[in-house]
Design a protein. Structure first.
Length: 374
């Protein structure tokens, strides 16, 4: 196995064109997204976008356990301890460069296939959400678990959660509920379920194709390849979607514009379903600041463009770095692993409008990577 955290290759096709292949290569950390990965991926994707011989891109990961389990937060954690409420230049680069990469994938001018095998969480969903073709397998498990670490669903989450059916996105932000492949497709985070064993079939079909160099035609051709792989005779049945099953209940729980009422309904939820029970318990144990900011962003981004959302999330993420819960959540979940965070504020009732606005005010300089997004 190479020491490179991202491996680059290409697929030669029958027509003489090539598909670029980028492989996240840190399986020991479940391919957690690091600054080093971002700094390799962004320039390569820009080069592929400009290269006329490259007609599409495949983003995948080493190992079968995870596509990407989230952002690599350990180095960021040290800077949170060192900087406290003061300016954190590492955090500015960390979030600015990550969001630039996510936006680049959302706006990539050629077919972009993401193979979402295994665990796909947080920053991994940030990479996957913007791809033109998003594959999940029978082993895929997705979540936005930020409420557990005192953050909020960033990486464009404010944008794509707001665009899910009904109020499902708000429910996922507040509960970190796990999604299977069918859930992901229902929520709009994935496009097609393909058995993982059929991956080589897809790669072979890409190689056998004669690509036009026309984005629309080539996206349609890739869709046909994926549909053929998905409709394999004898493929396992799609898993049951809990989100679809509980859709009406979720909308009722999330109804209205008063977070305190929503919180009370979530905390007192009575359900025989373990998935719903876990969602209620996770919310009750999660950071009140995360819930409050997730809800505030949910209310604000409805009419915003993707670029505007990323710029707002940049402010919010630096705001979380300047407050205490994010560092405390990382400590409790990832560093000391006692799973006993001491949130501050400890309750939703203690959170004021001024506290929310302080998370969303400018700090330092706007990331140059995000200034020119349109």
């Amino acid at each position: 196995m190479s020491d490179d955290v991202v491996l680059f290759d290409d697929i030669d096709t029958a027509g003489g064109q090539r598909f670029g292949v980028a492989t996240l290569n840190a399986p020991a950390s479940l391919n957690s997204l690091s600054v080093a990965m971002v700094r390799l991926l962004t320039p390569k994707l820009r080069a592929w976008a400009a290269d006329k011989e490259i007609v599409g891109v495949l983003l995948q990961a080493s190992g079968d356990k995870a596509f990407c389990a989230g952002g690599d937060l350990r180095q960021l954690y040290q800077t949170l301890l060192e900087c406290g409420p003061e300016r954190n230049e590492y955090a500015e680069r960390f979030f600015g460069e990550e969001y630039e990469l996510d936006y680049l994938i959302h706006t990539f001018p050629k077919p972009f296939l993401c193979w979402g095998q295994g665990i796909v969480m947080g920053g991994g969903i940030g990479l996957m959400a913007g791809a033109s073709h998003r594959v999940v397998t029978e082993h895929s498990r997705l979540a936005m678990p930020e409420i557990n670490i005192g953050l909020y669903p960033d990486v464009g989450g404010s944008w794509f959660l707001r665009r899910m059916p009904g109020r499902v996105g708000l429910f996922l932000a507040l509960t970190a509920a796990n999604l299977n492949a069918s859930d992901a497709i229902f929520c709009g985070l994935a496009d097609v379920l393909i058995p993982h064993e059929r991956k080589q079939h897809v790669l072979d079909a890409i190689a056998a194709g004669t690509w036009m160099g026309d984005a629309q035609a080539d996206r349609a051709a890739l869709s046909n390849i994926l549909a053929d792989a998905a409709n394999t005779e004898g493929a396992p049945a799609a898993p049951h979607s809990k989100v679809r099953e509980h859709f009406d209940t979720i909308n009722a729980l999330m109804f209205g514009d008063d977070l305190h009422e929503i919180a009370e309904r979530l905390r007192t939820l009575q359900s025989d379903d373990s998935w719903m029970q876990t969602a209620s318990k996770t919310f009750s144990k999660g950071a009140p600041s995360s819930a409050a900011l997730s809800f505030a962003l949910w209310q604000r981004v409805h009419r915003m463009s993707l670029a505007e959302v990323f710029r707002l999330e940049y402010l919010a993420s630096l705001g979380f770095c300047a407050h205490k819960d994010f560092a405390e959540g990382i400590r409790a979940l990832l560093i000391e692993k006692d799973r006993n965070p001491k949130w501050n504020p400890a309750t939703l009732e203690e959170i004021t409008p001024a506290f929310i606005e302080d998370h969303l005010r400018p700090r330092g300089d706007m990331a140059p990577e995000l200034v020119g997004l349109t």
